[in-house]
Design a protein around this ligand. Structure first.
Ligand code: F0G
Length: 426
């Protein structure tokens, strides 16, 4: 299908290989599918591809390639990614009709970023770039580093000094990205990466890159496929740089235009309360937007000036969605609940459940609703936060919720006594 880049503000169109990611007018660019085709037969094609052993059919991104990109098979850099489970959760966790969690932490590098990265890296390679770059709170960098290695490209990463979870830093270094720590926060790192990428003609793979977002649309495509195209009432996701929010709104609009669904689910975007510029803007009905200095335990979404704001607000408006904020304590308590189901996630992901709870309490999410939570990252991304929680190092968490290891002497009597104590516990 024919595709172009189009400005979301003034609608000016550009070739897909345009350098830079913004229009002359300053607006963000998005990929526009130009041909209107009857795509409804694709639901069966997508199912049938699952029977194939080809890597591109096994990929939960490229299986939906009609909505992603027209690449030849040999141009695609894939692991493959994107086959993530949709778990049914106990409804009483939220007191709703049905509750699901789509676990994007089950991707090859442990976060949803792989879905966009397979597309972005394939495109970088096709365009002949030798080096790719991003600023990151850790997941984009892990993903980019892995895909760049697979593609034989050099990767350079800007990260905020200190505030990056160890799982993510270790992946980024191990997969071979040249890593530059900026004395500053993510927003400073983002600015540096944008300037440098432009000056040195390096391919920038942050979510400001519209090509990358085409891959992230498949989270929604796949979850609807997994629900047999029965549209849920809500999709709840954490919001940081607002790439997913933008991609989700975009694909829901396309699905409606192409006749796949009659009504889009409402998007609920959840931010940490000290990293909440999108929430603040929502409160002014998007009349005002001001960046904030961000701080939160959920370092993945410690972002004060989201680059995709302009697209994300359209997603909220199109889906009649909402934006909510939650405290770090609410995030950690929700994480503990998800972890204790044996599913687990990193802190930012748990903002989905924390926010859904708040919206349920306010009666915005209703008891008869079906809700899908997006868990964006794997529990192993941020082991320090999990350990600190269970060791009681985080203030305000009741002791009854902790699960610290006990230390006993290596003596039969002591071991037996401890086992008996555990067996008696209710
Ligand atoms: N959840 C996780 C685990 C993330 O890593 C991110 C973003 C988000 C949520 C927010 O998603 O930006 O689409 O609103 N992480 C980026 C990174 C910023 O650098 O890894 P968003």
């Amino acid at each position: 299908m024919k595709r172009v880049l189009r400005c979301v503000r003034c609608k000016k169109e550009y070739q897909l290989n345009k350098q830079g990611y913004t229009c002359e007018c300053g607006g963000l660019l998005e990929v526009k599918i130009k041909e209107r085709a009857d795509l409804t037969h694709l639901k069966n094609t997508w199912r049938n591809r699952r029977l194939s052993n080809k890597a591109i059919d096994q990929s939960g991104v490229w299986r939906y390639k009609e909505f992603v990109f027209d690449f030849n098979e040999e141009e695609i850099v894939t692991f493959p990614e994107g086959n993530t489970n949709l778990y049914e959760l106990p409804e009483n966790l939220l007191d709703v009709r049905k509750l699901f969690a789509k676990h994007e932490g089950e991707n090859p590098t442990g976060s949803f970023k792989d879905r966009g990265m397979t597309v972005g890296i394939s495109f970088a390679k096709k365009l002949g770039y030798k080096t790719v770059m991003c600023a990151s709170t850790g997941n984009t960098s892990s993903s980019m580093a892995a895909y760049a290695s697979r593609a034989g490209l050099k990767s350079i990463v800007f990260i905020p000094e200190g505030k990056i979870a160890y799982g993510k830093l270790s992946q980024t270094l191990a997969y071979g990205a040249k890593t530059i720590q900026i004395k500053g926060d993510f927003d400073d790192a983002m600015k540096a990466a944008r300037n440098i990428a432009q000056d040195y003609k390096i391919y920038l793979l942050n979510s400001i890159n519209p090509i990358r977002l085409e891959g992230q649309k498949t989270i929604v495509l796949q979850l609807l496929d997994q629900l047999n195209w029965e549209v849920p009432d809500w999709i709840v996701l954490p919001g940081g740089n607002l790439g997913n929010t933008s991609a989700f709104g975009k694909v829901l609009k396309e699905l409606k235009e192409f006749g796949f669904i009659e009504k889009a689910p409402c998007l609920a975007v959840i931010q940490a309360e000290n990293a909440n510029p999108f929430y603040r803007a929502f409160k002014t009905s998007f009349k005002e937007f001001a960046p904030v200095k961000a701080e939160t335990v959920a370092t993945a979404i410690r972002i004060g000036n989201p680059v995709n704001y302009e697209k994300a607000l359209k997603s909220i408006q199109f889906t009649h969605g909402v934006v909510e904020e939650v405290s770090d304590r609410e995030i950690l308590l929700s994480k503990m609940e998800i972890d204790s189901l044996g599913i687990g996630c990193e802190p930012a992901s748990a903002a989905s459940l924390a926010g859904a709870k708040k919206l349920r309490e306010k009666g915005i999410i209703k008891q008869e609703d079906t809700v899908v939570l997006i868990l964006t990252g794997n529990i192993l991304k941020d082991p320090d936060t999990t350990i600190n929680f269970h060791l009681g190092n985080i203030q305000g968490i009741p002791e009854s919720l902790l699960n610290a290891p006990t230390l006993i002497k290596n003596r039969q009597d002591d071991i037996r006594k401890e086992i008996e104590r555990i067996l008696e516990e209710v």
